[in-house]
Design a protein around this ligand. Sequence first.
Ligand code: UN1
Length: 507
Amino acid sequence: MLPSPREQALSLLEALGVPPARLGAQGLAVHSPIDGVLITHVTETSPAEASALIKQAHAAFVQWRKIPAPRRGEFVRLLGEELRLHKQTLGQLVTLEAGKILSEGLGEVQEMIDICDYAVGLSRQLFGLTIATERPDHRMMETWHPLGVCGVISAFNFPVAVWSWNAAIALVCGNAVVWKPSEKTPLTALATHAIAERAAKRFGGLPEGLLSLLIGGRELGALLVEDAHVPLVSATGSTAMGRQVGPKLAARFARAILELGGNNAAIIAPSADLDLALRGIAFAAIGTAGQRCTTLRRLIVHESIYEAFVSKLRRVYQTVAIGDPRQPDVLVGPLIDAPARAQMDKALNEARAMGAQVTGGTHVDVPHLKGCYVAPALVEMPRHDGPVLHETFAPILYVMRYQNFEDAITMQNSVGAGLSSSLFTLDMREAERFVSVEGSDCGIANINIGPSGAEIGGAFGGEKETGGGREAGSDSWKAYMRRATNTVNYGTTLPLAQGVSFDITTD
Ligand code: UN1
């Protein structure tokens, strides 16, 4: 018999070293989605405290930016080590607070470890170019400088990994980080900070306030967005949230990294390896109970294999184990809360009204657990329209048919969001076309794997209503630094660019 989520969470918080003073009988109430029961309250940050923390972070940045980047990398290396040591405990806490199955909770912490490793290497690779200049005895180069305080606003579904993608990179780049986690998942944020504090101790101390945490509601996120001491905000959440945050940052010329909604599709072509596709589709559509921004939401299947493939998928939907995400055989945990389930019901009703055929989608009673459990829904649509066009953050997979490949690509691209996409095919021409300029319009386009579960080595993010931001690997680090172009004249004359002459008379 498993302990109650509350008991287990409280003992994990203790094991992780979260200061008891942050928890108590008052403040932000935190419930486990597993049973809906209150775990504890968390002390909230007042707006005045938040402003003071941002100021302090700026002062910390002024010190931190002078530390050589490889030395900054040493702190991130220690952070990665501490995360390795606490992978089990933090992973379990992610499961208790966000409701994802344990393997995914642990995977989330692994993603944090991976980005730390990546950032350590990066700390010795923050380089600019030297560029040929048109003037004799001149040198032209670019230098990358730290930016300042980086604000991070994260969502409940990846309560700690998203912070780490931003923080690990921002720190080696010489920045301070102020984090506003989702009000639904403050416990994992506190635990992450406790882990970072251990790394800081081993490092020999960080400038006071280099990493800070704002616990509370969206007004704290708004404060971060409006504070002139914050030159960059990386915000993960809905497109509606991005529409508020983006213009405010633009108005004060601050940078935005926006990771907003997704409405990700997979195309199953006639040549696809259907067994492989089935596994890929099941993980992408059902995993994390449909609560990833990369979750597969639209399946576009060639008519010639529709029945063969979709009948197998129906069976998966009918048999997948739903329940306590701590149980090893369970693949679908609870939705985060009752409003999420109501949104799911609403979308399914809209689909039914259009004539859709729904497999699953019902509320599920799990003995002794009062969480919001649902059977994932496979929704065979008469057309690509209505609720299909919008992201509902729940395990709903809409299925459509196609006849020709170009139409499938058009369908895949005809939604507002542009995060992730995939194609299952063994036809090389189709595969290459899909990743070509005429193919998927998303930030992520995969072949023979689903749209979710990206590695940290690539740049993560999407186009159109997904916001255009890129985090994690590749050259995403450049967003966390400012570039200066330097031209140095080591000669004795002053030739002007473009052949301009401007001769003044001198005595
Ligand atoms: C998110 O859902 O906000 O690619 C992030 C993935 C994960 C990250 C998801 N690595 O599914």
